[in-house]
Design a protein around this ligand. Structure first.
Ligand SMILES: Nc1ncnc2c1ncn2[C@@H]1O[C@H](COP(=O)(O)OP(=O)(O)OP(=O)(O)O)[C@@H](O)[C@H]1O
Ligand SMILES: [Mg+2]
Length: 603
């Protein structure tokens, strides 16, 4: 309790007043006592001397005892004072006391003995019976050089002591009163100082627990008021700064969480302090322990200490590429240090960038350019060699000339087809195709396509079958483009199916979608090639495909057209048994029901 400032102030105040009152009281009492005692002594002395001067002549005369007695009795002395006249032997001749036994008694007190030798002597003693201070004064009565007697006075200091006691009581009461008033005033004063301090302390505690809305009511403009004002300002500033920090933190967290690049942050000791979801995904990390171990190893392997110094001291950029075989991912790791305001190193960051896509794309682009150049060069070389042969004389032979010109025409057609295909692909890529959508009856469309390839089918002695159930809804598609899809798929089926093979075209309605299946009994596609047949220029058997004039773009164009219509295309195949290509197209509601089944075959 006495630790509190309030009590300390009260205690200091009280002690201060107590000491002052005590000091003042003691000093005052001493002075008063001294004054009274001096006054009393002076009175005794002058009274004694007066009596001695009267007695002198009688004491010389030994017969004058009666006179002495009368003189002593009649001497107006101070109240409470006893006067004794002693002869030159110290015996009591006369006394103001009523005690008859006193007369003739010899007084042997030291002051009397000394007075008998001619020296005035006095003493202050406490009478044990009454416990009262008493003043003793012995004055020698001299006749010439001889001491003829002694006036011995015994004066009680009772009245002086009583007076002093009264003063003491008054002083004590006053001191007590002053002390209580001081304690009360001290308490009140301490309250006015400590109350606002206590309030500030209380609010500071709430502030420390995170509630920054605390404000202090300012009543005075004094130092405490200033402190309160500063507190309010501090709370406001803190709140403001913390809000800013929170906003900044959540912004940074959102950026880190939603960015596609991986971020790993390490402290100075190389311990992982932050990892964002993208980094976890790229590194395939899912539990905390492996995260710690793995990321530490990653830092040590990618950026050994000597490399780090290059970055820290020479401020060089560090970036390294590494592959994650499990995920077939190529990652580029950038190393960046982060520092305090003063420039000392706090930790390091690794930024992971997935460059797999970029690499694949650039690889595809290179492959594409190489393929296009190759596909164009081959017919051009053929044309050039045939034209040269014609110039060199072959044109004079009509039969050879026509044959050679046919080859040139074929190769030109092939080039034109290739350029057209490339054009379609680039239009599809850049979404520049103008889709001329209309309601198309599937049966009619299929019939038209089959008419186009009929000669081919007949030449190859291929059996064919169309299974389209009745009541199929019409398609809402770009007729020419979808026709091209059918043509590309059917010509593939025709090309890769040997003589006597079979092609079946089936259609079915599935969840408001039209699913079309084109199945053949051809050579099929090996499983390792199957995932790549939709790639541009990909052909399983290049020489064989080229014989048919294929460039490897047919499937890729067909799938892109289907996808542009909101459908999807799949391919299944078993080598030696056949291939099945299926694709979906969105159906059209409220349509006219048309359909049927047609069968065809070798004619
Ligand atoms: N029905 C099928 N049976 C067997 N192999 C097929 C079949 N359809 C496609 N393929 C294989 O897939 C490859 C790619 O087919 P795609 O139609 O894209 O090219 P292409 O037929 O070679 O040339 P293009 O169609 O451009 O004239 C073909 O080269 C062939 O090897
Ligand atoms: Mg094809």
């Amino acid at each position: 309790m006495f630790k509190s400032m309030q009590w300390k102030i009260v205690l200091i105040f009280t002690l201060l007043i107590l000491f002052s009152v005590q000091f003042f009281g003691v000093y005052l009492l001493q002075e008063i006592e001294e004054y009274y005692l001096k006054d009393f002594s002076t009175a005794l002395e002058s009274q004694g001397e007066l009596l001695a001067s009267f007695l002198k002549r009688h004491l010389v005369d030994k017969q004058a005892e009666m006179y002495i007695h009368d003189l002593v009795k009649g001497f107006g002395h101070q109240a409470g004072t006893e006067i004794m006249v002693l002869d030159s032997f110290g015996r009591v001749i006369s006394s103001t006391s009523e005690d008859p036994e006193l007369l003739g008694q010899r007084i042997v007190q030291q002051e009397v003995t000394r007075a008998l030798t001619g020296t005035k002597s006095e003493d202050l003693r406490i009478i044990p019976d009454t416990n009262q201070r008493t003043k003793y004064l012995a004055l020698p009565v001299k006749a010439g050089q001889d001491v003829v007697g002694v006036v011995y006075q015994v004066g009680s200091l009772e009245s002086i002591d009583n007076t002093l006691q009264q003063i003491r009581v008054i002083l004590m009461t006053g001191a007590l009163l002053v002390l209580s008033v001081t304690a009360f005033l001290g308490f009140a004063l301490a309250q006015t100082i400590t109350r606002p301090i206590r309030e500030i302390t209380f609010k500071a505690e709430i502030l420390a627990s995170g509630d920054f809305s605390q404000q202090i009511k300012i009543n005075e403009e004094d130092e405490i008021g200033q402190l309160g004002k500063m507190f309010n300002h501090l709370a406001f500033q803190l709140d403001d700064t913390l809000q800013e920090i929170y906003a900044e933190k959540s912004k940074v967290e959102s950026i880190l969480n939603y960015m596609t690049d991986g971020i790993l942050a390490y402290n100075r000791q190389g311990r992982l302090i932050h990892i964002n979801p993208a980094a976890k995904m790229m590194l395939g990390l899912n539990d905390k322990k492996s995260e710690e171990e793995w990321t530490r190893k990653l830092l040590e392997e990618l950026f050994p200490e000597e490399d780090m110094w290059l970055v820290l001291e020479e401020e060089k950029q560090l970036a390294k590429e590494f592959t994650r075989k499990e995920k077939e991912m190529i990652l580029k790791a950038f190393f960046a240090p982060f520092k305090t305001k003063e420039g000392s190193l706090t930790g390091v960051l690794i930024v992971l960038h997935d460059i797999t896509g970029d690499r694949k794309l650039s690889h595809l682009q290179q492959e594409f350019v190489a393929n296009v150049s190759h596909e164009l060069r081959t017919p051009l070389t053929t044309i050039k060699s045939y034209v040269e042969a014609l110039i060199n004389g072959a044109m004079h032979d009509k039969e050879i000339e026509e044959k050679f010109l046919r080859v040139v025409e074929d190769e030109t057609d092939r080039m034109t087809r290739l350029v057209q295909d490339l054009l379609i692909l680039s239009q599809l890529d850049y979404r520049q195709v103008r889709w001329n959508k209309q309601l198309v009856d599937l049966n009619t469309l299929v019939k038209e396509v089959f008419e186009q390839i009929m000669v081919d089918l007949q030449e190859g002695q291929i059996l064919w079958k169309i299974k389209i159930p009745e009541g199929m809804p019409p398609l809402y598609v770009d007729k020419d483009r979808i026709k091209q899809v059918f043509l590309n798929l059917l010509s593939n089926a025709r090309q890769y199916t040997p003589q006597g093979g079979k092609i079946i075209l089936e259609a079915e309605e599935e969840f408001q979608e039209i699913k079309i299946l084109i199945e053949d009994t051809g050579c099929g596609i090996p499983p390792e090639d199957l995932p790549r047949v939709f790639e541009r220029f990909y052909r399983v058997d290049k020489t064989r495909s080229r014989e048919y004039g294929g460039t490897g773009l047919g499937l890729s164009i067909a799938r892109q057209i289907v996808q542009a219509h909101g459908g999807e295309m799949f391919i299944e195949s078993a080598p030696g048994e056949g291939t099945r290509v299926s694709f979906t197209l969105p159906g059209f509601k409220d349509s006219e029901k048309t359909g049927g089944e047609q069968c065809g075959g070798k004619t």
